[in-house]
Design a protein around this ligand. Sequence first.
Ligand SMILES: C[S@@+](CC[C@H](N)C(=O)[O-])C[C@H]1O[C@@H](n2cnc3c(N)ncnc32)[C@H](O)[C@@H]1O
Length: 240
Amino acid sequence: MGRGMSTDHPERPRRNFYGRFKGKSLKQSQKTYLDEDLAALAPGAVGWKENPTRENLDLDSLFVGKPVWLEIGFGGGEHLVHQAASNPDVGIIGAEPYINGVAMLLGKIRKAGVENLAVHPGDARDLFDVLPDQSISKAFLLYPDPWPKTRHHRRRFVTQEHLEPLARVLKPGATLRVATDIPDYVRQTLEEVPKAGFDWLAERPDDWRVSWEDWISTRYEQKALREGRAPHYLTFRRQG
Ligand SMILES: C[S@@+](CC[C@H](N)C(=O)[O-])C[C@H]1O[C@@H](n2cnc3c(N)ncnc32)[C@H](O)[C@@H]1O
């Protein structure tokens, strides 16, 4: 048994997740979305019970040959649905462990009627385990949890524990977008993401001060703006 493996399952790595899985009680409509829609949208075989040997997901059959994008921590899902609606020729997978957020996303999917989405209701690292190498063309990490205390910085997504598997599943030349309102998160992102094999594409301040052309502001960004914090939009390219 390798390091970091738990004893209850021979292959399952022991991973600490410090965020929230559940918030206030779900509305009846949200429970209905979860009951009726989630199973059909969740890519099969991400769970350890269904796929104990960690066979790769068959993305070609999931999205019939479309390029695949990934949004990590989609929160309420506004950006995910916006990108899916604007890019019908792409398949997008969203990962989010917070079930209230997943339920909000499902409501938005019903309203928008988009069909090019898959949802992993869990930690993105479990999804990385079953994504083929070099299979994703674009990834979004939008307002990841800031973990402001210095002793908690190692919980941030922009650590090698998360970035290495992310780099592995991205195609050479793939884009990674990171948005954050926390200056120290910018610092850590600019330190850690290049170490994982990415180039930062900014050439002038407007490249990180001005949002992407196809951007839609997220709930978390709205909160940051209300509270007077400035967004930063960082664009990286996977080397290779
Ligand atoms: C600050 S919120 C931002 C949500 C949304 N992107 C937005 O901009 O409104 C960060 C989100 O990342 C999710 N998250 C944290 N760790 C994660 C992980 N390992 N995999 C996937 N999502 C994660 C949290 O549950 C939370 O919903």
